[in-house]
Design a binder for this molecule. Structure first.
Ligand code: NAD
Length: 265
């Protein structure tokens, strides 16, 4: 018996074996969920199909293209889901794209700012709007955020502003959709070695510092995030909505993160 037996849902954002969305897919499939996965372009399709084949047979009956900034593609995807799944129990949104991830925030151009907000924040609203009518027995929507939405992280710039908007969207969406039994939450992951992460200037130092100074003294991995995602999809979290839960080895609660090795008195 899996925690998610009988649940059907959609995961956006599997790109390769490092993706946080792939960690979520593995945890959710292990717990018995049936998944639809999306990919962005032709090159990603091959990778996503190869990864999906590693999960239990029948765990991923639907793999489809979806650029969340393209309404026509999102509509077509939900039509397919309606035909194949009938209803949706969850949506996992692991989507981000940002520009200007080095230097000062004050120098960020409007174009870089706008595309970051569009892809990293507004796509959650699009995903929720399309999924909600299919969540006829209630549902759970989970997105991925980062502490850079609350605090200043060097080079994170417009990505941080996008995460702030994303977290605010979680609360507004949770309020709109709660009446239909649909919950909306975010997981705030610590720095994790993924393709998107590596696009941030100074990222590997950030990962090392985070792992050395966190209370648990280790970094964040996609399986840690995946298991918390399974909790959010499950009925065990039925009383939680509009919330942000950190999966970051406790780093977020520190007032002055200092690697233990450097403490001399
Ligand atoms: P990733 O590069 O593996 O995943 C990002 C995904 O976004 C890719 O699959 C890409 O195809 C998808 N995407 C981009 N534009 C899209 C669009 N228009 N439509 C649909 N999909 C689109 O990197 P990741 O780190 O796994 O990122 C997943 C989420 O986790 C992001 O929201 C990211 O900000 C967040 N996050 C990452 C970290 C980290 O350290 N890696 C930490 C906290 C939060």
């Amino acid at each position: 018996m899996g925690l998610l037996d009988g649940k059907k849902g959609l995961i956006y954002g599997v790109r390769n074996e490092w993706s946080i969305a792939w960690g979520c897919a593995q945890s959710l499939a292990r717990e018995g969920a049936t998944l639809a996965l999306t990919y962005l372009g032709e090159r990603e399709e091959k990778d996503v199909r190869k990864l999906a084949a590693k999960l239990d047979e029948g765990a991923v009956p639907l793999i489809a293209p979806c650029d969340l900034t393209d309404e026509a593609q999102v509509t077509a995807l939900h039509q397919q889901i309606k035909e194949q799944f009938g209803a949706l129990d969850f949506v996992i949104h692991c989507v981000a794209f940002a520009k200007g991830l080095s230097g000062r925030y004050v120098d960020v151009s409007y174009d870089d700012f706008a595309v970051s907000l569009q892809v990293s924040s507004y796509t959650l609203v699009t995903a929720a709007r399309h999924a909600a009518p299919l969540m006829t027995r209630g549902g759970s929507i989970v997105t991925l955020t980062y502490i850079g939405g609350e605090r200043v992280i060097p080079n994170y710039n417009a990505a941080g502003i996008s995460k702030a908007a994303l977290e605010s969207s979680v609360r507004y969406l949770a309020n709109d959709l709660g009446v239909d039994g649909i919950r909306v939450n975010a997981i705030s992951a610590g720095p994790t070695k993924t393709l998107s992460g590596k696009g941030i200037s100074g990222f590997s130092n950030m990962m090392k510092f985070h792992a050395a100074s966190s209370p648990l003294r280790h970094g964040t991995t996609i399986d840690q995030v995946g298991d918390v995602c399974a909790f959010f999809v499950s009925d065990w979290s039925r009383g939680v909505t509009g919330d942000v839960l950190f999966v970051d080895s406790g780093y977020h609660m520190l007032g002055m993160p200092t690697p233990a090795e450097t403490i001399t008195e």
